[in-house]
Design a protein around this ligand. Structure first.
Ligand code: C5P
Length: 298
């Protein structure tokens, strides 16, 4: 017997970052939107806890206990005093270390899959608290749709989305380390009074009404200057996508994936083609949002 969970990637349509806290994290007003690029996580009873991964970028995925999927199985098993011996297989389609919460998605996916495999039927609140223990972005991977994340991003308020948004994601060569990008944010803001992070009302309204042009006008990522400082070439990718007709362009989360909001499916196809032809990215993926959170496949 095995259980498979499908879990989406995310883009941050507003990532407002406050000053560094004493615990090293940053207070955020983080508006997450789930997008239709998915990993599938399958768990099967086994002699010991093992992980395998398939997909074009599988070689970049850690297969040891640092993988959030393994940690999710261990945390859930420890809470219930059971043995975490499962084989976890990740069919990976979300860009790795790209700022699209691929690792977080696998954590949330493995958690939900183990919960079903072990017949625990844990309350949502317990699953969300384990997700928050795994990482700041993991609760959102479970919930999907759209949500405002406060605290370090793990305290979620679900948001209404009134329509579909069409995106192109330009995948860069190599990843960017999230702690390194936050450290660069701190370096760039040294001596600056960083304001308390807040989500913008026009952005929430654009999501609620499904208005892509209005959403494009309010997209913002406070980590973008830090990601560009560490990876200056990303500026060329942003320019190429905007020149090809995207409504707006931004770095996705801590990068290096860049996100392009387009007016419709046709425009998304054209922007993706232009980005590929520009030679400024490794590959370009088209996706629609919102997407459902982690879901058990039957
Ligand atoms: O929570 P997560 O494990 O995803 O965080 C990874 C790293 O990103 C943290 O160790 C920290 O350096 C940075 N981070 C942060 N503030 C947040 C979320 C993450 O500084 N709100």
């Amino acid at each position: 017997m095995s259980v498979t969970v499908r879990v989406p990637a995310k883009v941050n349509v507003r990532l407002a970052v406050g000053a560094a806290r004493p615990d090293g994290f940053h207070d955020l007003a983080n508006v997450f939107l789930a997008v239709g690029l998915h990993d599938e996580v399958t768990v099967t009873p086994a002699e010991s806890l093992t992980i395998t991964c398939s997909g074009p970028d599988a070689s970049q995925v850690p297969l040891d206990r640092t993988n959030l999927a393994a940690r999710a199985a261990e945390l859930l098993a420890a809470r219930h005093g059971i043995d975490p011996s499962v084989h976890i297989h990740i069919a990976k389609d979300i860009p790795v270390a790209g700022g699209m919460a691929g690792g977080s998605a696998d954590g949330a996916g493995a958690l939900l899959a183990c919960d079903a495999l072990w017949g625990l039927d844990s309350p949502r609140s317990e699953l969300l608290s384990i997700c928050a223990e795994l990482g700041s972005d993991v609760p959102f991977s479970l919930v999907g749709g759209a949500a405002l994340g406060t605290g370090r991003g793990e305290q979620l308020t679900e948001l209404e989305v009134g329509g579909e948004f069409h995106w192109v994601f330009a995948v860069a060569d190599g990843g960017l380390s999230t702690p390194a990008v936050y450290a660069e944010f701190d370096r760039l803001n040294e001596g600056v009074a960083v304001p308390a992070p807040a989500a913008s009302p026009p952005l929430l309204e654009a999501l609620r009404t499904g208005d892509a042009t209005a959403l494009a006008a309010s997209l913002a990522n406070d980590l973008q200057p830090a990601a560009l400082s560490l990876r200056p070439a990303l500026a060329d990718t942003l320019t190429a996508g905007t020149a090809a007709g995207a409504l707006a362009a931004l770095v996705s989360g801590s990068g290096p994936t860049t996100a392009f909001l387009t007016k419709d499916e046709e425009s998304a196809g054209a922007v993706a083609q232009a980005l590929l032809a520009s030679g400024t990215c490794r590959t370009a993926r088209v996706a629609v949002s919102p997407a459902r959170g982690a879901t058990v496949l039957v």
